[in-house]
Ligand binder design. Structure first.
Ligand code: ZN
Length: 339
């Protein structure tokens, strides 16, 4: 495809050992030319790998082998862009700056006018661009970026507090994913998922006694890791994360080792022993709160932060959603907790 090179000085040299496996979509809140020129200006202290115009033009500002300054997360718990606020498990688990493992695409548009909806020319250019990015990342890093909504994401999923409307609720994620799967990679010939490969899990221990596994689980949780306890045969295994790319599992293993845990990487999962509290216990009349990491109502609109402070009464149960009486809004069941 035709990509204009407009190198920006705003970038990391390299990716601090990470390999890219996530594509993040943004909205420019301005014109294509304005965005390209601003993101090349050292004063901006911001950039993106690519910018896609509404007429389908594409510029590249940062090479895929470098990190752009577009959707960073902080390791500071008090920061509004703390990684722990992301709605993506992968971002929370990696506990590092999301700019290291992402490829960012800015899309020309103004949210108040378009809510992120791409023009036809822009949508086809973005689909072609993502195909190109996936093939380049495969060629350079040997990494196959999965075609799903955990790896082709919006900025709002990474920084829900600061960027709830980037790129906007009308952005055509579903169309992009359908197009990528339809004409798919060579791996998609069977018509099934192209992401059906095994996941790499970092195992921290395997125990005959459940109590010992639970102790390790508690130690990990105390240090902030998202862990799970699974049972394989008569062994209880403590695992951290599930990664499509081995390099990222390696990275997590190194981090755990630095924290004093013995690890090895396995593709064997197992059945979960510790289940989430059953959401089915929510019934009409239940008192619930909206989770702090929830971003959107079931209808797609953004949930303002202040709404999350109050307790609400469930008035009606829907398919995977609940109607909250006091705000007369449908919220996904997964986004509420019983109080
Ligand atoms: Zn953004």
């Amino acid at each position: 495809m035709n990509i204009t090179q407009r190198p920006s000085p705003n970038k990391y040299d390299g990716r601090k050992g990470w390999k890219p496996d996530m594509i993040v979509c943004h909205i420019t809140e301005g014109s294509y030319d304005g965005a390209v020129s601003w993101l090349c200006n050292p004063q901006a202290q911001a950039s993106a790998h690519f910018v896609v115009a509404q007429d389908g033009r594409v510029a590249q500002l940062v090479q895929l082998t470098d990190g752009a300054w577009c959707n960073g997360t902080s390791t500071d718990v008090g920061s509004s862009v703390y990684y722990g606020k992301s709605t993506l498990a992968v971002v929370r688990e990696r506990k590092t700056n999301a700019n290291y493992y992402t490829v960012s695409i800015e899309h020309e548009g103004v949210w108040a006018k378009t809510k992120g909806r791409l023009t036809d020319a822009q949508l086809s250019a973005t689909i072609e661009l993502i195909k190109y990015i996936r093939s380049e990342v495969k060629r350079i890093y040997g990494v196959e970026i999965p075609i799903d909504r955990e790896h082709i994401v919006g900025h709002y999923q990474i920084n829900p507090i600061t960027k709830p409307n980037c790129p906007g609720s009308e952005f055509q994620f579903d169309a992009i994913i359908a197009a990528l799967k339809g004409t798919g990679s060579s791996a998609g010939a069977s018509g099934g998922s192209t992401t059906g490969t095994s996941l790499y899990r970092v195992q921290v221990g395997a125990y005959g006694a459940k109590a010992n596994a639970e102790k390790t689980l508690a130690d990990l949780k105390a240090k902030g890791y998202d862990t799970m306890l699974v049972q394989v045969g008569n062994l209880y295994k403590v695992q951290v994360g599930a990664y499509s790319q081995k390099a990222n599992a390696d990275n997590m293993a190194a981090r755990l080792k630095a924290d004093g845990f013995d690890t090895f990487i396995t593709t064997q999962g197992g059945s979960a022993v510790v289940a989430e509290p059953a959401a089915t216990s929510i019934t009409v009349g239940s008192k619930v709160k909206i989770k702090s990491n929830a971003t959107r109502y079931s209808t797609g609109q953004a949930i303002p932060d202040w709404v999350k402070d109050d307790t609400y009464t469930v008035q009606q149960l829907g398919d995977g959603k609940v109607l909250l009486k006091e705000i007369l809004s449908w919220v996904n069941t997964s986004d509420v907790t019983l109080v």
